[in-house]
Design a protein around this ligand. Structure first.
Ligand SMILES: Cc1cc2nc3c(=O)[nH]c(=O)nc-3n(C[C@H](O)[C@H](O)[C@H](O)COP(=O)(O)O)c2cc1C
Length: 168
């Protein structure tokens, strides 16, 4: 499989920790780790396969560093690339905007013509509304370090196994 870029935006470090775990589980030879805060357009253009991770802040807002890079993302050559998303949020305190940041990223990527992979079932979560949930599935891996940290590692491992069958 081609080398994957794991690109993340993180305000208090939760998404960064998950991105590091994903990279470790994939292996350093298979994945590069990039903080979106310092990413340039070439970091998106260089890879055919990408894993993008974002948390949600405010009331359903995309994490700040990602928000500042949306124009750059739109200017990148993403057409036809396989992109898997993971999102971090808090389903209890922010039940009505759970993982909306991942939803925003997904919408932007769709407008760029990417091939999204890595959808994840919403069963087992308890939330009111999420723009990251489409037809009963999350658009990417849904993680909640605030209220279900014990489930994170298992979810990541299961998702990565699933992704392995999806990369072309
Ligand atoms: C002020 C504040 C606002 C938040 N807003 C949301 C939200 O609207 N939706 C959500 O799912 N999570 C929300 N969260 C939870 C964060 O997304 C969660 O803590 C996440 O793990 C942070 O990841 P990071 O440290 O990588 O940025 C919020 C947290 C804080 C402290």
């Amino acid at each position: 499989m081609e080398k994957v870029a794991v690109i993340y935006g993180s305000t208090t470090g939760n998404t960064e920790n998950v991105a590091q775990s994903i990279r470790e589980l994939l292996g350093e030879d298979r994945a590069d780790l990039i903080n979106v805060a310092s990413a340039g357009v070439e970091d998106f253009n260089r890879y055919r396969n990408l894993i993008l991770g974002a948390s949600t802040w405010g009331l359903g807002e995309l994490q700040d560093d990602w928000d500042g890079k949306l124009a750059l993302l739109k200017s990148a050559d993403l057409k036809g690339k396989q992109i898997a998303l993971f999102g971090l949020g808090d389903q209890q305190s922010y039940s009505e905007t759970f993982l909306d940041g991942m939803g925003t990223l997904y919408e932007t990527l769709l407008s760029c013509g990417v091939m999204p992979i890595g959808q994840w079932p919403s069963e087992g979560y308890s939330f009111g509304a999420s723009t990251a949930c489409v037809d009963g599935n999350f658009v990417g891996l849904a993680l909640d370090e605030d209220t279900e940290p014990d489930k994170t590692e298992g979810r990541i491992r299961t998702w990565l196994k699933q992704l392995d069958t999806q990369w072309l």
